[in-house]
Write a protein that binds this ligand. Structure first.
Ligand code: FES
Length: 163
């Protein structure tokens, strides 16, 4: 492949080499597209459009097909993800206890709305229906850790622990 055509600021030469190895290993297997996307996302952190184009060409598949797979499964992200993932609960129990204020405060502090990643890629913010921790409302999860009984100030305090 002519790699000059496929440059991307988030993909360095080592990453391209790893990506090529994955593609070579799976070449000719039309059912391998999910595996290839999953492994490539693990290397880069997400799936830039350039990378999807490269995979399509390399596997000799229509770009629409590879895009279709990448957008269908929630495990794939076409946007860069932050180093840490914040999941704020917008379920009823949490919402009535102030989720909206927490979300607004996170936006004011880090400039992120639901589904976005901060410019410095420190945090990605997701809003979810219920974290299964209703007794702790309002609750949020940072990476794998659950925090409850939050106020906007407490939420920011917790987030400041994550660099
Ligand atoms: S409603 Fe928020 S954890 Fe269940």
């Amino acid at each position: 492949m002519n790699l000059n055509k496929f440059q991307h600021p988030d993909i360095n030469d080592n990453m391209w080499n790893e990506i090529d190895k994955i593609i070579d290993f799976n070449r000719g297997d039309k059912g391998a597209v999910i595996t290839v996307l999953r492994k490539c996302q693990k290397i880069v952190g997400y799936l830039p459009v350039t990378l999807i184009d490269y995979i399509s060409l390399s596997l000799n598949l229509p770009a629409s097909e590879v895009f279709g797979v990448a957008t269908f499964y929630s495990l794939f992200s076409l946007k860069p993800k932050g180093k840490h993932t914040i999941k704020v609960c917008t379920g009823t129990a949490c919402y009535v206890k102030g989720t909206k204020e927490i979300i607004n405060r996170i936006d004011a502090e880090y400039g992120i709305k639901a589904g976005e990643t901060s410019k410095d890629r420190r945090f990605s913010l997701d809003c979810v229906r219920c974290l299964g921790a209703c007794g702790l409302a309002p609750a949020m999860v940072i990476d794998d850790k659950t925090y409850g009984g939050l106020t906007p100030d407490k939420a920011i305090e917790k987030l400041q622990e994550y660099n």
